[in-house]
Design a protein around this ligand. Structure first.
Ligand SMILES: NC(=O)c1ccc[n+]([C@@H]2O[C@H](COP(=O)([O-])OP(=O)(O)OC[C@H]3O[C@@H](n4cnc5c(N)ncnc54)[C@H](O)[C@@H]3O)[C@@H](O)[C@H]2O)c1
Length: 251
């Protein structure tokens, strides 16, 4: 997909590795200046340096999205280094694999999951949206998961909460020029994704998924570029599943 983002500035959270690093690369290849943000500051800088080495404009930034002060600093960094923010991709997540029943789910893991995934997404939006409004608008993409539809304990609940938050933010921010949508991947081949799946899950689900059961991070890029670009100019408050046809919902 060819999308021209050459006048745009993008922040991608959780971009030191995995899907976020692939998103940062795709946005940079489309011409955007990219802030590669991650709690792993040195990993973020490595990813940014690799993009700079091939002639792209990228900056690493260390941030814990669960801390609102740090997300404010991230937004201020993008503003001062790049002159503003047009695109925010909320990709960072806490995805510890625990299959305990909800009745006995460890409270500290429940809190950590909601703190990073739900509150962290909120903090990033609150830090960035006022700067987007100053600039005339922008596009926010929240990475959720098929876990929001298929269950998945605290993790799935956190992703469902992000989808709910997206619907409400779409109402509040739309009139200010900001669109906000969710991209919900199916099973994606990353080390963290593999570690989060019980053994045999991909094989077990293969008969129920019409396209290939396990996607690559690159399989998500076309939808990301659609959502951040003017190709989706009249689309807000939506969740697009990119899952090989796994989840079946008529409405
Ligand atoms: N891999 C999959 O199968 C899959 C499927 C559906 C959805 N997702 C979603 O895609 C996203 C990326 O997944 P991935 O497989 O690349 O995972 P990953 O663990 O490789 O990447 C997540 C990144 O987020 C960073 N991060 C974690 N906590 C953070 C915090 N508090 N502040 C800032 N950064 C933080 C990590 O350091 C890491 O670099 C997540 O939102 C995940 O829920 C993944």
């Amino acid at each position: 997909m060819i999308v021209d983002l050459s006048s745009k500035v993008a922040i991608v959270t959780g971009a030191a590795r995995g899907i976020g690093a692939v998103y940062a690369k795709a946005l940079a290849q489309s011409g955007a200046q990219v802030v590669v943000a991650d709690i792993d500051a040195s990993g973020a800088e490595e990813t940014a340096a690799a993009l700079r080495a091939v002639g792209r404009v990228a900056h690493g930034f260390g941030v814990d999205i669960a801390d609102p002060e740090q997300t404010q600093k991230m937004a201020a960094f993008a503003q001062s280094q790049c002159g503003g923010i047009d695109i925010l991709v909320n990709n960072a997540a806490f995805m510890k694999p625990v299959n305990a029943p909800l009745l006995t789910y460890p409270l500290e893991l429940w809190r950590a999951t909601l703190d990073v995934n739900v509150s962290g997404t909120l903090h990033c939006i609150r830090a960035v949206a006022p700067l987007m409004i100053e600039r005339g608008g922008g596009s926010i993409v929240n990475q959720t998961s098929v876990g929001a539809f298929e269950g998945g304990h605290a993790y799935g609940i956190s992703k469902l909460a992000i989808q709910g938050m997206t619907v409400w933010f779409a109402q509040e921010l739309g009139r200010k020029g900001i669109r906000i949508n969710c991209l919900a991947p199916g099973m994606i081949n990353t080390p963290a994704g593999d570690a989060s799946r019980p053994p045999g899950m991909v094989k077990g689900l293969t008969p129920t998924i019409p396209l290939k059961p396990l996607g690559e991070p690159e399989d998500l890029v076309g939808t990301l570029l659609y959502l951040v670009s003017d190709a989706s100019a009249w689309v807000t408050g939506q969740t697009i599943r990119v899952d090989g046809g796994w989840i079946k919902r008529v409405a």
